[in-house]
Structure formats: C-alpha cells, structure tokens
Design a protein around this ligand. Structure first.
Ligand code: ZN
Length: 462
C-alpha cells in the first residue's frame, strides 16, 4: 500500500473509532474533553499534596465528583516489604519574615516554597544560617524548585534565585507550622468490574503539590478514562484505577494486595506527565514483550500518532515497584516528555500553562485505543481452513462499499483467514500483517458474521 493510501486508512480508522466511541457516549467530544480536563487540573492545582496528609484526602474527595472512587487509609507504622508507612504530614502555614515584618517567602503564595515534608520549626536567624535551609535554581532564576525531605527529618524553603539574591543581610523570623504525627497514608481506588475477574490496572501518583504535568495530568487523564469506561457496559476485563502517593503508595498497595489482586493482573499502565506538548512516550515493562508493550508499540507505530517507545530501566515512577523482580508485572508507563528532560520539570514552571488541552485529549484518545485493543484482542479460528473460502460469493470481496480502506480490509481478511489457527491473537496478526489493529478487527468481525471465523478465547495471557 502506498503512503497516501496508508494515511487515508489511518484517518478513516481514526474517524471510525471516534464515531464508535460517540455511539457509546453521545457526549464524547475530544476537543471539549481536553478543555474539561484542563479545567479539572485548575481545580486541583492549588492543593498542597504530599505522600501523606490532608492534601491527598482533599484531592481524592474533589475527584469523587467525577468518579465514585473509594478512599483507603493505611496506618502509619504499617510494615510494607522493606518499608514502613510513614508519619502523616500536614501543613497550615509557613513563612520567612524580614525585620520589617514582611513575608519575603510565603507558603500562602505557593506551596512549592516549603520543602515538602518539612518538620515543624519556629525561630530567628541571620541570613547566613537561613541560607543553609534555602534552595534555588541559579540556572532557572525565575523558577521555584520543588523539593522534598520525605525520609530525613529536616526543614527548608525553596524560592526563585532572583528573590534569593534580594534577601538582605538581617535577622529573619522563620515559621513552619506543620505537623508530622502518626496518622495514615491515603490512596484512592476505583474498580470497574468486567465479565472477567482478570484485571487491567492503571496507576498514577497523587503526591505532588502545585505541579501540573507531574502529576495532575496523570490524575485527570486516568479519571476521565475511568469515567468514559464506566459508560461502556460491555467490558471484558475488570479495570482498577489507582491514585496513590509515589513510591511508598505503590509499595503499600502491592504489599496489601499481593495474594488477592496481583495474580489477576493481566495488563497495566502507569500514567504520568501526559499533558505537556512533547510527543507521546511509552516505556516498556521489565518484561519488554508483554501484551501491553506490544499494544502501545503497535498503536504508536501504526496510528500516525507521533510517539516513541523506550526500553525499560529501573529509574522513573511507580513502574519501579510494579516491575520489581518479585512482581515483574506486565505494566509499562505512558508519558509525554520524559521526566528530567525538560527545564520545567519539578519547578514552578510546571504550571497551568505548561499542560495543554490538546495534549491531554490526545493522551486520553490513545488510552481509549489501548482499551479498545486489549478488549478486542481475541484468538480466532478459521472455520474454513482448506483453501481460501470464496469471499465474493458472500459479498465480502469488493463489497465493503465505497470505503477508502476497502483494499486494506480485504488484505486484512486474507491475513486473518491465513493466520487465525487458534494460536494467534488479532494483535499477533496485525503485527505480522503490518496493518492497524482496527483494520484486522474489522476484517475479523466481517468474517465472523459470515461464520468463517470463530472466537476461541479472549483473555490473551500477558
Ligand atoms: Zn515528580
């Protein structure tokens, strides 16, 4: 097939896919949804989240207006593998005041000004001593850095380098009105049961304060994905959406669900950093050849969506825990620009302007396609395997009228008939034929309607 024909097929498929989604969800409007998601990010943006505390609770409660997720609490001190659920951190106020009584660093203006998890502190000190608790980015002089002190008891402030240079040599009043006490680690969980108890798990972290791409974009795309799937009644897999604090949250969740849920997980995705203008990026699971790895590689390679696929590495987000060797789950990570590779990362520059409605929408659309492929990836058997069945007689040859992709679908029917021997999934066939999954699936459905093909099984093992 030439390039133009391929592009036409892609466009036709994309349109067909969107039409189908709209049939299920009449209000589905990707352009409007991009703006809706951005508005939701605006709503969650001001909250001071951390790995524990009221910021996560408030975030999850606000999200309950969109999806009926359950809020789970795990007590501080609970052992979870090599870790312990930490003390709960809450903060009310923090500032550094000049001799004139002016707040020169003010938590009320940006929660990034306080090193996240700072222990409570009150005192007076000269600039020289204060400086040992101040963090700036000299190479990004207008940005406030985001820093944490989760696992060491300390306190500090973050500020733009420009403001730092303005601090006079005088005595300052310092206040961090926080608490670090036994309490709980809070996370959200939303389960959408399917006809099978086999699960697809989608995980996103919820522990960053006022930062948009990392991590509000992941929270909101996962939320919208769940909201849309909720309206699709015919789900085969059970879908479990996790909204958990980074690292300790996934470790805690894995420890609590080791024997109950983990054996049922067939596919999974960590969503993070999915709202910036960079291209879609999929990081493979540790296995490298899991079905989810192949689905994402296929969609990003075939669909004309600009995207790249990276191999697994043990650095990143919660895929580090899900793909630790003791679990080795078939879970990859979907992002856009990779963390640490863009200057706004972990600074006040990761703000409401940094995440874009069209990027959020494109990510959500890819997520829906992932759903579509996972649900449609069946193993089929050709019921007429001795020589080619006569397609013309059944109206299948040159008959899927007037579509620009008719040729592609005929080719797909030949591939499906030839390879559907009960050992290969439709994804296997799409890969082998180098045709988009939806073309292969459309062909398979046509053959199925004419009793030339039969489903053998659906839940292709990860
Ligand atoms: Zn981060």
């Amino acid at each position: 097939m030439n390039v133009t024909a391929t592009m036409q097929t892609l466009q036709a498929e994309n349109t067909a896919f969107l039409r189908e989604v709209r049939e299920i969800m009449p209000e589905f409007d990707p352009v409007r949804l991009g703006q809706v998601m951005h508005d939701q990010i605006c709503e969650l943006y001001p909250i001071c989240r951390s790995i524990t505390g009221n910021g996560v609770r408030e975030t999850l409660r606000l999200m309950q207006q969109w999806i009926p997720l359950e809020i789970q609490e795990v007590a501080s001190g609970t052992p979870v593998f090599d870790w312990v659920v930490p003390l709960e951190w809450n903060i009310r106020d923090a500032f550094v005041k000049s001799e004139k009584g002016q707040r020169v660093i003010d938590f009320q203006k940006s929660n990034l000004h306080v090193v996240n998890y700072s222990v409570p502190f009150r005192g007076k000190m000269r600039l020289e001593e204060l400086k040992t608790h101040l963090f700036t980015l000299p190479d990004r002089p207008d940005s406030i850095p985001y820093r944490t002190s989760y696992y060491s008891e300390s306190w500090g402030f973050c500020l733009s380098h420009r403001d730092f240079l303005r601090l006079a040599d005088e005595e300052y009043e310092v206040c961090i009105d926080s608490s670090l006490e036994p309490g709980h680690l809070t996370y959200g969980e939303y389960i959408l049961p399917g006809t099978s108890s086999e699960e697809v798990i989608v995980s996103t972290h919820v522990c960053h304060p006022s930062l948009c791409n990392d991590n509000l974009s992941g929270i909101i795309v996962a939320t919208q994905w769940a909201r849309l799937l909720r309206k699709i009644q015919a789900r085969r897999f059970t879908y479990r959406f996790l909204f958990i604090p980074g690292t300790i949250g996934s470790i805690t969740w894995l420890a609590l669900n080791e024997s109950s849920v983990i054996p049922r997980i067939r596919h999974g995705l960590v969503l993070t950093g999915v709202g910036d203008s960079g291209c879609l990026t999929y990081k493979k699971s540790r296995r490298g050849d899991a079905v989810v790895d192949r689905v994402l590689s296929h969609l990003l390679g075939q669909r004309g969506l600009k995207g790249k696929v990276l191999d697994f590495s043990p650095y990143g987000y919660d895929e580090r825990q899900f793909c630790s060797p003791g679990f080795n789950l078939p879970m990859g990570r979907l992002s856009r620009s990779v963390h640490g590779t863009f200057p706004e990362y972990h600074t006040s520059g990761d703000n409401l302007a940094f995440v874009r409605p069209d990027s959020l929408e494109e990510t959500l659309r890819l997520c829906l396609m992932v759903f579509r492929v996972l649900e449609g990836n069946r193993v089929m058997v050709n019921l007429s395997p001795k020589c080619e069945p006569q397609l013309g007689r059944r109206g299948l040859y040159r008959a899927i009228g007037g579509q620009s992709d008719a040729g592609a679908i005929e080719m797909a029917m030949l591939w499906v008939l030839n390879l559907a021997d009960g050992t290969r999934s439709l994804l296997d066939i799409a890969e082998r034929a180098n045709l988009p999954f939806l073309t292969i699936e459309t062909a398979a459905q046509a053959l199925e309607r004419h009793h030339l093909l039969e489903e053998k099984s659906f839940a292709v093992r990860a």
